[in-house]
Design a protein around this ligand. Structure first.
Ligand SMILES: [Zn+2]
Length: 149
């Protein structure tokens, strides 16, 4: 099963199968177990709570953008954690490329650029260090007082 669903950006999310409006997105953290191997990705996972009883859709989230994803074991097949992480990562890359950052925070833009492949990871680390050292300098720089003699 390799279905590609359209990206949704809300504010009303819909069941991609029947179009029923979703009441909410159920957070991954409401249903996961403490030892779930996908927990590092938990902030990017959720489930559309739609009015239709027949359709439950796991979604990958990035900001306001969501896209339904299907894991290999959803259809009764076999699947590994690595396959699921690849699916999550591919969905995040797609969301970052097609929606982009909705925030103007510079670190968010750097992370999105890494996801879309526009920025190499080491270059991103350098840019984040440059941002943090600029911030540190502005905080630590002593107030200069001109003293007239
Ligand atoms: Zn539905």
């Amino acid at each position: 099963m390799n279905q590609t669903y359209p990206i949704q950006t809300g504010p009303v999310y819909r069941c991609p199968d029947c179009g029923a409006p979703a009441k909410s997105i159920l957070s991954w953290w409401k249903i996961t177990a403490p030892d779930n191997l996908l927990n590092p990705w938990g902030d990017h996972l959720g489930y559309l709570r739609t009015g239709c009883d027949d359709h439950t859709h796991r979604v990958v989230r990035l900001g306001v953008a969501v896209v339904p994803v299907v894991f290999p074991y959803d259809a009764g097949g076999q699947g590994t954690t690595e396959q699921c992480i690849t699916i999550i990562h591919d969905a995040l890359k797609r969301l970052a490329a097609e929606v982009g950052p909705t925030e103007t925070d510079p670190i968010t833009r750097i992370v999105y650029a890494v996801l879309t492949g526009e920025l190499a990871p080491l270059k991103a680390v350098q840019e984040i260090h440059a941002l943090s050292s600029a911030f540190t300098m502005s905080v630590r720089e002593p107030v200069r007082e001109e003293v007239e003699r």
